[in-house]
Design a protein around this ligand. Structure first.
Ligand code: ATP
Ligand code: MG
Length: 396
């Protein structure tokens, strides 16, 4: 990468913000993730600006023309809304001590861009760029971007000690960008991994989801089984980690890693209900044996009915078996064919009212519907009203 040749696409609103600061005599740079992503040829998600203008000066510059969001002002951030887009502008900052592994006890403003870059977590996140001033690479970030390396800015032990969330972020960037973690940073992660327990569940979970959807999630979990042990109290099985290669979706990957484990451990991270139920359900179903008899449409339909499994869930379950067991043949299970059968009493051609009309009520009624459904699944009677009523009267 040649720093002279570097150009990046900058949205008009962001350019307006940069120019407004520069024209008033301040320095203004894009910084962090957006510069990293642009250099990697990726579309940046958000554009953060860093400047030597103090918050009050930034405010005075933008206030006459734009609405401002000032909720971050304590940390030096003012966000003018330019053409409906909030642009975060933060004063160069040196973070004071950290007594809680997460929040700086104090922040000091600085006049030097290098100070601001020094507080950032990893070298690849510590680049600044401005069309007027070019690239500032104070920590050999370009070298690490080129070789694909995640390395702490400064002493890894110190940086992870200040903010344990950085451990999750390092692993996440490694998985998402496909970058290797530099040996000293990696050693420090293994040494300090326990400290992520002090980070809020929500923050860990957000990072974990990103990590799991990363293209190299499997490699990261294989290199750092300590993460899973710290978060959930068990090591991910080798076959589950290998299985991740066959699947990209984070939730399904989570289900693979929890197959055969107690999903309750996941609760600690306060996942959304849908995810938790999905992981727990697939895990429980995975414990049930899929037998030879379930390779017939009627056998499989019976299994689905008895366990209340719909088509999507059955497909996910088969995929799970196929990814986790080498000799498993998912094609042997005729899901589509089974799904054409009624799998619940609601899909029967008769309903409760038909039986009520014949004086069948209460428990007997649901038992009878159930019996008829199973007869349909076994192929003993067609799912047609007349046939079902006839069978019902034979029974009684
Ligand atoms: P993405 O937006 O893709 O998640 P990002 O690198 O932009 O990645 P943000 O959380 O948006 O991450 O943070 C923006 C920048 O702020 C980072 O690039 C980094 O320079 C800095 N940063 C964020 N979190 C931390 C942290 N915990 N410690 C130190 N610096 C941080
Ligand atoms: Mg970002």
């Amino acid at each position: 990468m040649n720093r002279q040749d570097f150009h990046m696409f900058i949205p008009a609103q962001v350019e307006t913000a940069l120019n407004t600061l520069e024209e008033a005599g301040f320095e203004a740079y894009l910084v962090g993730g957006c510069v990293r992503d642009a250099l990697l040829g990726l579309q940046p998600e958000d554009f953060d600006i860093t400047t030597n203008a103090l918050p009050a000066q930034t405010r005075a510059l933008f206030e006459p023309r734009y609405k401002l969001i000032t909720t971050g002002v304590k940390h030096g951030t003012i966000a003018p809304i330019i053409d409906r887009r909030p642009i975060e502008i933060t004063t160069y900052r040196i973070d004071g001590g950290y007594s809680d592994n997460r929040h700086p006890d104090s922040v000091h403003f600085s006049g030097r861009i290098e100070d601001d870059l020094a507080r950032r977590d990893f070298t690849v996140n510590a680049l600044a760029f401005s069309p007027a001033r070019g690239l500032v690479d104070a920590f050999d970030s370009l070298r690490d971007l080129e070789s694909g390396t995640i390395r702490c800015v400064g002493e890894a032990d110190v940086r992870f000690g200040e903010d344990a969330l950085r451990i999750m972020r390092a692993l996440r960037f490694s998985a998402v960008l496909g970058f290797e973690i530099e040996p000293q940073t990696a050693a420090s992660i293994r040494k300090n991994v326990q400290s992520i327990r002090s980070v809020s569940a929500e923050r860990i979970y957000t990072e974990l989801k990103k990590l799991l959807s990363g293209k190299e999630a499997a490699r990261v979990l294989a290199q750092f089984p300590c993460l899973w042990e710290t978060l959930f109290g068990f090591s991910p099985s080798e076959r589950a980690v290998r299985a991740l290669e066959g699947e990209r979706e984070a939730i399904f990957r989570l289900a693979l890693l929890f197959a055969g484990e107690d999903a309750a451990a996941l609760q600690r991270l306060k996942p959304d209900n849908k995810t938790y139920r999905y992981v727990k359900r697939l895990g429980e179903l995975y414990q049930k044996e899929l037998a030879q008899e379930q390779t017939t449409a009627s056998g499989l339909a019976m299994f689905m009915h008895q366990n209340n499994i719909d088509v999507a869930c059955m497909k996910a379950l088969l995929r799970m078996h196929a990814l986790l067991e080498e000799d498993f043949r998912a094609q042997a299970f005729p899901v589509e064919e089974a799904a054409r059968m009624p799998l619940s009493v609601r899909e029967l051609a008769i309903g409760g009212e038909d039986l009520l009309a014949r004086g069948i009520t209460g428990k007997a009624l649901s038992r009878e519907l159930e019996r008829l459904l199973e007869a349909v699944i076994r192929g003993e009677v067609k799912n047609e009203k007349e046939a079902l009523l006839k069978r019902e009267s034979q029974h009684n």
